[in-house]
Design a protein around this ligand. Sequence first.
Ligand code: UD1
Length: 418
Amino acid sequence: MEKLLIRGGVPLKGTVSISGSKNASLPIMAAAILAGGRSVLRGLPALRDVLTMGALLEQMGARFNFSPDDSLAEIDASELKNPVAAYELVKTMRASVLVLGPLTARYGRAKVSLPGGCAIGARPINLHLMGLEKMGAKIELEGGYVIAKARRLKGASLYFDLPTVTGTENLMMAAALAKGVTVLENAAREPEIVDLAETLQAMGAKIEGAGGSLIEIEGVDELKPFDHEAIPDRIETATFAVAAAVTGGDILIKNSRPEHLDAVSIKLRETGAEVKKTPAGLRVKGNGRPRSVNITTMPYPGFPTDVQAQFMALMCIAGGTSTINETVFENRFMHVPELKRMGADIDLQGGLATVKGVPALKGAEVMATDLRASASLVLAALAAESESVVHRIYHLDRGYEQMEKKLLALGARAERIK
Ligand code: UD1
C-alpha cells in the first residue's frame, strides 16, 4: 500500500491550479444516462472516484472514454443493457447511488446495491428512496440491493427532513424526465447542485430555484446530451488555502471560485491569515501563529463538513482553544487519534472536539481513514517539525488530483513510497 513521506516545516509558496470538482462531476456523469447520444464533460479530474463512476457506467453498457491529459470524457449511454450498479463498485464509492434516479427515470428500472455504512457514519439513503416512491416508483429491497421500477415517474411535492446533497441531485435528475411538476423542499443548496442543474438545463430540462432550498422541476419527455465543464473543486481550494495558513506560506490559488468558499475564507481570516480575491486567483498568506476560532459544520452555505478535518489541523497549532462542532455526520472525527499521535491536544465528546493549540506538531507515522481525514493528516505533516509518514494514501487519491505533485511545486518535501 502506498504512503506519503513528508518532511514538514517548509512554508508552501507559489501557485497552484485547482482541478474540476469531484462532487460536481460524479452526478453530471450519472446525468449522461438521461439522454441518448454522446455527452462531453470537461474539467473532469483524474481521480479514483471518477474512474469508479466510469466503470459503473461501462458495466451497464455505456461507453466511457476518458482522456485524463485533457480532463475530458465522452459518455454515451444510448444503449444501456444492464441497469445494475453492483456491490463490488458501490462498496468502494457511495456516490454510485447517483445512478438510481436517472436509471429509474429513463429505463423504468434500476438495481443498485445499498451503499451501507462508511467510516464517517451510517449515511442512509432513505430520503432518496422516499422521493422516488412518492414519484410513483415501486421500491423493493432484496439481497442488499434497491430495486426500483416505474412505468413513468410522475411529478410530486417532496420535502427533505435533512438537506441531502446526493438525494437532491438524484431526485432532480429523476424529476427532469418525470411527467408533471416536482417540487423539492428543504433541498440542499451546494454549488455542485447548481452545476448539475445547469447541465440538465443545457440538456433541455426545465428547472428553477437550484441553489435555493426550493427547487421546481417540470418534467420533459426527452433530454439531449450535454457538453459541460465542471466547476473547480471548492474543497480542494479550501485544502490548499489551509495549507498556506498552516505552514505560514503564501499560495496563489488559480482556477478557483472564491464565492463558493465564503464561510471558509471568513474563518481563515479570523485565524489571522490573509485571504484575498485577486484577478489572478485567490491568494492566501499565513501570518504567524494562527489564532483559535470555533467552527460548526453545516449544509451549504455553512462551514463545509468536508473541510472540518483540514481546519482542525490548523487549530492544532493555534494560540488558544477552539471548539469544532460536527453536525452533518455523526462520526467524522477519525483523524483525531491520528492528530494526537503528532502531539495535538484534542478532547472529543460526541460531535464536539475541543482543540487546545500546541506551539508545534511533531512528525509521526499516521493512518488515513477517509478522504478528508487523509488531507488533514497531510496538512498536519506539512506543518510538523520533523518527518511523517501518512499511510493508506489511497483515500487521498479518491478526491485529490495529483496532490503530491501540486505540493512539490509549492516547495513541500513529499515523496510517495510503496
Ligand atoms: C455529499 C458529498 C460529501 C459531503 C456531504 C455533505 C458527494 C458525492 N458527496 O455526500 O462529500 O460530505 O454531501 O456535505 O457530493 N441523510 C439521511 N438520509 C438520506 C440522505 C442523507 O439521513 O437519505 C443524512 C446523512 O446521513 C447526513 C446528512 O443527511 O447526516 C447529509 O448527507 P448528504 O448531504 O446526503 O451527504 P452525501 O450526499 O452522501
